[in-house]
Design a protein around this ligand. Structure first.
Ligand code: SF4
Length: 261
């Protein structure tokens, strides 16, 4: 992968938009049939063999993401990993990001929001706008996460996520392969949909995979620093995300699939 003098990753290295491959619903159904009952590694191998370099793993370096990084790096250190840096992450998240670079000898594509959009948002609504109503919180997630992701995915044929069905009601119907209509119809690959939190932690402990130290401080789910708190024993895994929104669906918009399914 080439880095230009200005430090940005070239469009050619990302694969560009030419020859973009799309998948039909029938092809996706066939992939789901083929990988039914098969492990996450097999799905990652298929993704790398068939889509690299036009496929990348999205990671926010939470526990389940670390499992996929470990698996993917054992397939190839050339496999692509990207993350969304909202500008409001915890230092512990940057620390584990660096550990990943060191341990696997890989590079991480860090996506930032559009400077002008952030500047206008905080000028109009303040730096801590997310605490002042759900509309503001959704806007902040939209500008800092959803739009950078959408821009990035225009160059890809597929993206890999670490969502699990048992995390949220909105994820309960997630399939191993899906068409991501909310992001231009790109293939969405979810190798851990049928995993549980216990399986994730068993894998991490067995393989001594690095993980975000906030998990040891009562954070089962980790997002941006001002929007995540530790949970109390017995609380839901995502109770610490946007905790002031009691009626919230606890999503930031990255995993909404606007296809009506
Ligand atoms: Fe903004 Fe909070 Fe969403 Fe991060 S999680 S993008 S700080 S609203």
């Amino acid at each position: 992968m080439k880095i230009s003098l200005s430090g940005s990753i070239s469009k050619e290295s990302r694969g560009g938009t030419a020859g973009k491959r799309s998948f039909t619903p029938d092809e996706v159904n066939e992939l789901n049939r083929r990988f039914e009952g098969r492990g996450a590694e097999g799905m990652l191998e298929w993704a790398f063999d068939n889509l690299h370099p036009r496929v990348a793993l999205a990671s926010s370096f939470q526990a389940q993401g670390m499992v996929l990084i470990d698996m993917l790096m054992s397939i190839s250190p050339d496999a692509r990993i990207f993350t969304l840096d909202t500008g409001r992450l915890n230092q512990e998240t940057y620390d584990v990001m660096d550990e990943v670079r060191k341990r696997y000898g890989t590079r991480i594509e860090v996506l930032f929001p559009e400077k002008a959009e952030v500047e206008e948002m905080v000028l109009e609504r303040g730096v801590n706008l997310f605490y002042k109503g759900k509309e503001n919180r959704i806007l902040c997630c939209e500008i800092r996460k959803v739009r950078p992701l959408k821009r990035y995915l225009t160059d890809l044929d597929g993206w890999i996520t670490s969502i699990r069905r048992d995390q949220l009601e909105t994820r309960a119907d997630a399939r191993k392969f899906e068409i991501d209509y909310g992001n231009g119809g790109v293939l969405k690959i979810n190798p851990l949909v049928d995993w549980t939190s216990r399986m994730v932690w068993d894998y991490i402990k067995e393989r001594k995979v690095p993980y975000n130290k906030l998990h040891d401080m009562g954070y089962p789910s980790i997002g941006c620093a001002p929007c995540t708190r530790a949970v109390k024993p017995g609380e839901d895994e995502r109770a610490g995300r946007w905790w002031w929104e009691n009626d919230s669906d606890k999503e930031c918009g990255l995993h909404f699939n606007h296809n009506g399914e």
